[in-house]
Write a new protein. Sequence first.
Lengths: 313, 276, 428
Amino acid sequence: MLLSPPHKPLTNGSEGTSVTKRGPAPADGRPWPWLVPAVAILAVFYAVPVLDVFRLAFSDATLIRPPTSWTAAPIRALLGNPALPEVLVTTFVFTAVNVVALQAFGLAIALTLVRGEARGLRGMTTFRTLVLAAWVVPGIANGLIWQMLFDEAPYGTLNSLLGFVGIGPVAWLSDPGMALVSAVIANLWQGTAFSMIVFYAARKAIDPVIYEVAALDGASPWRTFRSITLPLLRTAIAVNTVLVAVQTLNTFDSILALTGGGPGRATEVLALFTFNTVFYNLDLAGGSVLALIMFAVAMALATVIHGWLGRTA
Amino acid sequence: MKARLGDVATYGGLALLAVFFAAPFLWMLSLSLRTPAEIYLGAARLIPDAPTLGNFRHILSDPAFLLYLWNGLKLSAAGGALAVALAIPAAYAFSRLQFRRKQAALVAILAVQMISPLVILVPLYRWMGAMDLLNLHASVIALYGALGMPLAVWLLKVAFDAIPVEIEEAAIVDGASRLQVLTRITLPLARPGLASAFVLAMVTNWSQFLVPFILLERDGDWPISVAIFNFAGSVSASTTQLLAAACLVAVVPAVAVFVGLQRMIVSALVSGAVKG
Amino acid sequence: MRPIILATAIAAAPLAAHAQDLVTRDRVGLPDAPNVMTFRLTPYDLYSADAATAEAFAELFAAFIRERPDWRIETQLQTGNIGQEQARLLQQTQAGRGPDCAMVDSSQLALFEQTGVLQPMNETFSEAEVADLFPYVREAVTNDAGDVLAWWWFTDLRVLYRDTSIVPDAPATWAEVEVAALAAAEAGKEGILFNGGRWEGAAFDWLANFWAQGGRLVDETGAPVFGEGENRQKFLDAVGFYQGLVESGAAPQRVTSITNYDAFNAAAAAGSAAMFVGGNWQYGQLRTTLPPEQFANWAVSELPGPTEDQRATGTGGWAIAALSEDPAKRALCGEMAREVYAGPGNAYQGLLPTSAALYDAYDAYEGPEFNLFAEALQNGVARPGAAIYPEISNQIQILLGDVLSGAAEPEAALDAAFAAAQAAYERQ
């Protein structure tokens, strides 16, 4: 590198393996001028809208009619709506499965890539590019692509392929349980790249010396993974868990194109339900209540991440 | 020998994964090269008997399609740039200045990142309607800036943290102001971090459906991520082959940007991401 | 195969050369024409993904605008996501940002009328023209004062398609359909296909079975009544028909994943299905996509009913409505509906005009299938013009998906759907 910073002893234990002094300079400036743009944006685009959502949740507003009266009726109506528990359960399952699967995939790919690169194997960059390519597919296109793949007609792609090897046919989108699995697969295809990058970066940041020592000690790959890689990736996994959970929670465009939420309500997640309530049923008040639920879930997850960061810091 | 076995296992695992990640693209390619007559032959005809580029020709000769692509590129790039620009001062303060509740403020910014665009769009749509701000690319770009800023603050803080503070101190001793230090020293050094924050924001914008769909009411303004819906579900023609071609074309520009910049992005992330 | 490639390449040129200056992707007419009308249209005609259709409409529009050189029409496309698109069209119009003229789905006309956004086009359409409309069409596009609030330019209906090499005789009752479909299923085909996924088409196509028994979704005041009184049993019977088809294997499980009519064309092309419930417009599509000898096997018949005499079919289609108060724009909107869409546009696409006179005016309507369509239209039922209909449809889609995939029992699903529709009605 161009820089050759003066070497100083490590004074800050939380900086992991770095050996030069990095990080914040001594406090010698007022933070406010620097923070103004960010705070202004947060206020205009987040704080005030969220407050307005609170207000609308108590109104009788529709998208084509401004609010005229203020009651708790929309909240009561929505909490009493039997569809809500169903949607929440679907959302929870969809999110939970994705969080686990996305990270397992992402971690496996990241570690394999690092190993392949260390061994000088060819094709690693190509593979990484392939995974990243799926990431930049727009959500709607993702749903459309997988809808073609999951087509259950006798000439449908996956089912006719499975037919060659004597399996199937699989009710990819017509069985309620399977439809949710299919939605997860589509999301996995697109979303793995994010976790892969995060873990790839975190793994690369681990000092190679540690692995050399482990190799000298004759540690098995599994043991190295358990005792070195996994513990050192803990923070990355914690942060990534929350980020991926929120991304998944907010996803609905691929489902919209893939199943429209069906069959029945089998794949109708909270975000899709909210979208439909506001922009299809025009029910602004009801949609605001749902938006509040989404907001509450996001804030709960943020609290979780706060706890994690607090512990690791 | 053991390492050799490991290599074989590595390739084996990657091959399986490669099939999963490549299959949809290959299938789209297969469909997009078919004539309507061959669409219904399914997987039995992976390589069409009568391959045609007519579907791509149709898509690319449609001026609207090119316009959608351009809109998508413009909105996502401008939105990503705005997000980074807005994030720079805050990220710098978080990295270099000491102030009370800094950690709490950082977490608060991350918490904001978790709010779904859907939540804030409900009221924003009404306000923008009232203020005549709908149907403007500037509105979408502004919202992209706001949506992308929180994550950009985090990424940039990490990038700034990785730059040795002594370099800045030397400049300050020479009489430079903080702002000069930031623009002349820190930002150039943080280029990889800036690039990765920009590209991450841009990719998110590129796939955005909700924001442009709600804020832009005229099809001529749409980015491809919304317009692709038009190529699906038309009841007057069987257009699977066109849809497949459209999906492929919709992906290519973003992939190109990514392939061009991925070394930079990945190295930026490696240099310190997720330590925060 | 060569000619096909060549044909595709030629057809791929976007618009005919001589229409090119007048018709672009966002405008019809000369760019500097002094008068402008904005027009929100569907992606099925002028900007169809099918090049031949797009070209034919480009010529029609070019001819139309050549006679009105001081006008240009700025076109805005809506996506195929009809429910949401229509909702936002209404919402924009109310907020004063709507187009001057727009395509309105026939099922949405009542909602648009209630909100008062439709502007009369009385100057354009004569009393004789209005009188010649099919009764249900006339009722939907006029108000009590006799104003013409929209021009419903084509109608459509659902029919039963069958491959006569497998099912020679048209089944007339539910029971006959099941028997024929089961026989086909045993022969290794998909017995019968229909829309069962989460979209408007699933609810709409199925409703014919409910309407055939005289069932009603809403009462005169627009309140939902489909889950009470005598409607309840009719509803359950109609659900039972579809449920029986899936449970017996007469219809494949995959119907709950079908969310577009294209799936039926595909099945017909692949020769994998014996029957399907499709739209009349698909007959023309089959003619152009199937090889002639394969197409010859396909026939259409009226949708089956519980008995031979109880038949119904859902009728839909699109209307063109003026949303601008400017009389000149209203007139242009109406003239466009008549001169581009209702007559030649319909004839080109093989869609069904809404007035009897047009069937005699064009050769395109000489085929025998149009006799059947005309006959079936006698039993046509339009979706109720009630503001609550979209939510009822949503609930029916959910109910069908749940029941057909075995996730819910019909009775419980109906109770839930009815309760939800009532709750939504009370909140309106």
